[in-house]
Design a protein around this ligand. Structure first.
Ligand SMILES: [Zn+2]
Ligand SMILES: [Zn+2]
Length: 94
């Protein structure tokens, strides 16, 4: 079983499944204000997904002062969360 770590600064709580870490980020952390559009979004994965789904990479880089390593790291998180959600949808536990 892979464990999921809340990567929000100073937290590092870990969880056994991806839904738990997403619920934790949504419910336990203050929302994040998107630096591109100034909309409040849930922290952590939701904020990353919002930035990449609703804005371009170029906007993200400009407003967050991100470098290509930071982008790649966030793209990896997005992919691993989404594939975990997909595989959990497709097969029931046990
Ligand atoms: Zn956390
Ligand atoms: Zn935004």
């Amino acid at each position: 079983m892979s464990r999921w770590l809340c990567a929000i600064e100073g937290c590092l709580a870990d969880f056994e499944d991806v839904e738990s870490v997403l619920a934790h980020q949504r419910d336990e952390h203050e929302s994040h204000t998107c630096k591109v559009c100034n909309e409040p979004v849930p922290a952590g994965f939701f904020a990353i997904k919002h930035a990449f789904a609703d804005h371009t990479r170029a906007e993200y880089v400009r407003h967050y002062e991100a470098n290509s390593d930071a982008i790649r790291w966030r793209e990896r998180i997005t992919r691993s969360v989404e594939s975990a959600l997909d595989s959990e949808d497709g097969s029931t536990a046990d």
